[in-house]
Design a protein around this ligand. Sequence first.
Ligand SMILES: [Zn+2]
Length: 113
Amino acid sequence: MHEISLLESVLDTLETQAKQQGFQRVKQVVLEIGALSCVEADALRFGFDVVMKNSLAEHAELVIINVTGQGVCPNCQQSVLLETLHDPCHHCGSFGVKVVQGQAMRIKELIVT
Ligand SMILES: [Zn+2]
């Protein structure tokens, strides 16, 4: 389950930001998950409490925002909604759509005290 290692890197980021910005506790973590990132929201929720235990984000609330996959067609230049990384353009059928959104998981927002 690679969600655990993702959560560990989220925790690393939180600890780094806590040092830089001088907060002690994290109350809420808002994560954006791209539809093409292969991250399971359920697995994240499941692992969150485990990974955050005894950290500055223990008992923090996890909020997950799903981001759709978006690409731009190299042929017709239209934007394309992507369900998988290798979807063809649904305007003209071309392959090789350039992904512009939805491949990553990132921390969108933190509420800290
Ligand atoms: Zn196209």
